[in-house]
Design a protein around this ligand. Structure first.
Ligand SMILES: [Zn+2]
Length: 96
């Protein structure tokens, strides 16, 4: 399913849907921060993106909200960090 251009910055190639902890999202992929998230399937996320449903009341704050995740093993943590960094290359990540 094709993604429409970003309604905020005009980016014609938003990132393909990604799954984070089992929930799907689409993000612009450039620093404008536009995203739709927390959908059950990739298609749902694409449809939401294409309908221009806002992801967050304050999207420009998204990059400043800490995300804290806990994992059973170091390998699990490293795997998730790698996936998240690939999905959100514009963010700053700090591992412990
Ligand atoms: Zn954008």
């Amino acid at each position: 399913m094709a993604l429409k251009i970003c309604p905020f910055c005009g980016n014609s190639e938003p990132k393909q849907p990604v799954s984070i902890l089992g929930r799907w999202m689409v993000e612009c992929g450039v620093p404008c921060g536009a995203a739709v998230r927390d959908y059950a399937t990739a298609d749902d996320a694409v449809m939401a993106w294409n309908r221009r449903i806002p992801a967050s009341p304050v999207p420009e704050m998204e990059d400043k909200v800490p995300l804290v995740l806990y994992f059973a093993t170091r390998a699990d943590a490293d795997e998730m960090v790698a996936a998240v960094q690939e999905a959100f290359p514009n963010r700053v990540w700090r591992g412990v």
